[in-house]
Write a protein that binds this ligand. Structure first.
Ligand code: GMT
Length: 375
């Protein structure tokens, strides 16, 4: 199939999932055309089946906001015709499903009919899409998609609760490529980050308020009082500066390393002992799954779809949002002795295997095939 994938190119999980999906489909022999305003961070173009088409938005001083949707839908129309695209898969409803629908309508005028699959990722529904200023357009473009998928059952339930959706929503969980882990472990340089007696605790996100970065610091503060430890903070965003300030005030600044954005998270996770994800909301928690693939147990909140990924008492522990005391206690329980830690590490890996690329990508292929069959 010739497949167009529209996604955000930045460090957010939706762009990562879209990119990994395109790479997996390209390995299966499909021609993949990524459309975005920048090359997605995890996209390695050294594959003859992968193509990247940059969406350029001309800057015009009259506009306070440049019309990205227009540029995207025009680019889609042009590329779908030029590359004989069979299927359009948009990740993140805003504005991709909307622009995709406009492209479909323009193409239909020329007698070209192409099915559109929309994958909902979370913030497009729970945080942004539900805003009254966006809600009618988001509802419309979900209902006008040929197939709608969501990355967790929890997100499906939220979508049906918050929007007037007439379409069936199919749950297709996010995935990881377990085989990648086995090959990248030689690069693991734990000694650069911590002394042999220290545990390494890690958090990865885009440091937005929804990630509750302050809770991450509080939990680590409690851990390091009981167990020698370092905290690796990977990513960047609005909560980074306040977090750095908080570490200074708590007197733990030498134990917390802010690494900034990285597209090589496996090289950090491979020597991590525990992952913290105390989010306020999380439709899935891809970062937690990536940790588990690297045998890192997870201390998380029980928000949204996280319980579908992290199993309480098995791959880590779950607590109510904001329950710092319980999260700290559970973290210390896992880290306090090598045998317990090893058991949790193995169980985290076993749970991650359920989300392997080979289990999940065929579900998308089947969706494309049935969308093409009925279109
Ligand atoms: O929250 C983020 O880190 C970014 C956001 C995005 O849209 O890229 O992530 C959402 O999609 C991810 C991939 O499906 C999920 O793993 C995240 O849980 C989800 N984030 C939220 O729901 C807050």
């Amino acid at each position: 199939m010739n497949i167009a994938i529209v996604c955000y190119p930045t460090f957010g999980g939706s762009g990562v999932v879209a990119t990994e999906l395109g790479i997996a489909l390209a390995k299966l022999g499909h021609q993949i055309h990524f459309m975005s305003y920048k090359q997605p961070v995890r996209l390695n173009l050294l594959n003859p089946n992968i193509h990247f088409h940059e969406v350029n938005v001309p800057q015009y001083p009259l506009f306070l906001y440049q019309p990205y949707e227009l540029a995207l839908s025009s680019k889609l129309v042009e590329s779908i015709k030029k590359y004989d695209i069979d299927i359009l898969h948009v990740h993140y409803a805003i504005p991709h499903a909307y622009a995709g629908y406009m492209a479909k309508k323009m193409l239909a005028e020329e007698g070209i009919h192409i099915p559109m699959v929309t994958t909902l990722h979370g913030t497009d529904i729970t945080l942004v899409g539900n805003h009254p200023n966006y809600k009618p357009a988001v509802t419309f473009s979900i209902n006008k998609s040929d197939v709608v998928t969501s990355v967790s059952q929890s997100l499906k339930d939220d979508t049906l609760r918050l929007f007037n959706i007439k379409k069936e929503i199919e749950v297709v969980p996010n995935f990881i490529d377990i085989s990648q882990k086995k090959t990248s472990f030689t690069d693991c340089q734990r000694e650069l980050m911590a002394t042999p007696d220290e545990r390494i605790v890690t958090h990865i996100s885009n440091f937005r308020p929804v990630k509750r970065i302050s809770d991450v610091i509080d939990i680590f503060y409690n851990i390091q009082k009981e167990i020698p430890a370092k905290l690796l903070m990977v990513g960047d965003g609005p909560e980074r500066k306040p977090a750095e300030q908080k570490c200074k005030e708590l007197g733990i600044k030498d134990k917390v390393i802010f690494l900034g954005n990285s597209n090589e998270v496996d090289k950090i996770l491979c020597f991590s002992d525990l992952f913290l994800l105390p989010s306020e909301r999380e439709s899935f928690g891809l970062a937690a799954l990536e940790a588990m693939m690297n045998k890192v147990p997870v201390i998380s909140s029980n928000a949204g779809g996280i319980p579908e990924v992290n199993l309480n008492g098995i791959s880590g522990y779950l607590s109510d949002v904001g329950d710092i005391e319980q999260m700290s206690k559970h973290a210390i329980d896992i880290l306090k002795d090598d045998i317990t830690l090893e058991i949790f590490k193995e169980k985290a890996y076993e749970q991650a295997e359920r989300f392997d690329v080979n289990e999940i990508v065929p579900k998308y292929v089947a969706i494309y095939e049935s969308a093409l069959a009925i279109h």
